[in-house]
Design a binder for this molecule. Structure first.
Ligand code: HGY
Ligand code: MN
Ligand code: MN
Length: 440
């Protein structure tokens, strides 16, 4: 009886020590850019993002990682077991939405760093190094709130976006990405993985994230194995009308840009209702000019998106949206300009990665299930160039991009444990037979 009790106590103590590695660092991290209502605000390359990057760089250096920043502000912590060997990369993003949640992105970066550090220490203690080197990454501007589009750092890293074009993108105040990164001292002069072809320097990529949906919670499952990402069609529109007097201008004479934009916002919801659960639509941002109480707006700048796992349905929704935009132009007497769109296709994650993570979860006695991601992640880009594993932990009520976003400590710690196990297997070559999507 006593022996049994002692064993249980010992197990609890060991688990607690292991969990505290993550939770103590998490407690330091989550207060950077904290908002009074329990969220965070760390938009890309703001002062708060800079403070976070400094904190994270120090965390990495304290544990023996070398910190490097590439030409688009992606921040890497590198640890070499064998000089010149390829790396397995793990990470996510430390930037947030305005009044965003504490967990979106930041959890994955710290979880990846703690997992990498555990493996580093275990190798030092046992004297047995894995085959590959390990690197942790904070991708620059995943969120795309201050600078559009989203997934910016990983898009340049994987060759999906041009470096110079990206550095010249401006925020609403006309500040470029280059200027903003320089202001927080977070822009490198060279690539971290030079030679032009990053895929040759990397063996694989792993990312863990909160689910931002309800599937895991509904099914009482600890880990989501992401096998597919929904496609996204993002649109940037300029609705052009004519400025007038809200009281004096005859209704028939008005070219009200806000009316045109509003018709498009309502059309998005109508299209979602018509197409059903397989389609998500939204308008997240409207900039109204001149935005003055007694002035009929002359122009509205808007960002909207359509997302689905079904390519045909997405194409039909795109056609329906274009028809409704044409109708809005006639009704509101406005002209709609289509600016650069951001599109990513729906694609599978490498099945070998899904199976690897499933086996690791089974071996740890952790419940898991297949899930799709409706949100974009940096792994959406990375899986195109290297075999990539994407894991989810539960989100309470699926709330995300909001201050009420929440995941329990126990779920966070289970995720770190599974990520560590999965990463250790990837570092020993478990995904060597898998190929990048782009190589197919
Ligand atoms: O889903 C998104 O658009 C964001 O990049 N996470
Ligand atoms: Mn995220
Ligand atoms: Mn996000």
């Amino acid at each position: 009886m006593t022996a049994q009790a002692n064993t249980d106590n010992l197990r609890i103590t060991l688990d607690t020590v292991r969990d505290r590695e993550f939770l103590d660092s998490w407690a330091e991290l989550e207060v950077i850019g904290a908002t009074p209502a329990g969220g965070v605000e760390r938009q890309a390359a703001t002062v708060e993002d800079g403070q976070m990057r400094e904190w994270f760089s120090q965390w990495l250096r304290d544990r023996g990682f070398t910190v490097e920043v590439d030409r688009v502000g992606n921040l890497f912590g590198l640890f070499e077991f064998h000089a010149g060997a390829p790396y397995v990369l793990v990470g996510s993003h430390l930037d947030s939405q305005p009044r965003g949640g504490r967990f979106d992105g930041a959890y994955g970066v710290l979880a990846g760093a703690v997992a990498a550090d555990r493996i580093r220490r275990q190798a030092a203690e046992s004297g047995v190094a894995p085959i590959y080197n390990i690197a942790v990454v904070d991708w620059f501007n995943e969120e795309g709130s201050r600078f559009k589009p989203s997934l910016m750092g990983s898009a340049v890293f994987t060759g999906a976006a041009d470096l110079e074009d990206t550095l010249n993108i401006t925020d609403q105040d006309g500040i470029t990405v280059r200027e903003a990164l320089t202001a927080i001292n977070s822009i490198g002069e060279t690539d971290v993985f030079p030679d032009g072809d990053v895929a040759r320097r990397l063996a694989a990529y792993a990312e863990i994230h909160i689910e931002q949906g309800r599937e895991l919670e509904k099914n009482d499952v600890a880990i989501g194995l992401v096998d597919r990402t929904w496609a996204a069609n993002k649109y940037e529109l300029n609705v052009i009308g004519a400025q007038g007097h809200t009281g004096a201008t005859a209704i028939d004479d008005r070219q009200d840009a806000l009316l045109g934009a509003s018709l498009i916002v309502v059309a998005l919801r109508d299209i979602a209702d018509e197409f059903g659960e397989e389609l998500h639509t939204s308008c997240g941002q409207l900039t109204v000019l001149p935005n003055s109480p007694v002035v009929v707006p002359r122009e509205v700048h808007m960002h909207l998106d359509l997302r689905s796992d079904n390519d045909e349905l997405l194409a039909a929704a795109d056609a329906a949206l274009r028809k409704r935009i044409a109708e809005a132009e006639i009704r509101a007497k406005v002209r709609v300009e289509h600016h650069k769109a951001h599109v990513w296709p729906g694609h599978r994650y490498q099945p070998q990665g899904v199976e690897l993570a499933r086996a690791a979860a089974d071996d740890l006695g952790v419940s898991s299930m297949l899930v799709q991601t409706r949100a974009g992640h940096d792994s959406t880009n990375m899986k195109e160039i290297v075999p990539s594993v994407m894991l989810f932990v539960p989100s309470v009520e699926g709330i995300s991009h909001a201050e009420a976003e929440y995941t329990a400590d126990e779920d966070l710690c289970t995720g770190v444990d599974l990520l560590t196990e999965t990463l250790a297997r990837m570092l020993d070559g478990a995904l060597d037979s898998a190929t990048a999507n782009r190589a197919r």
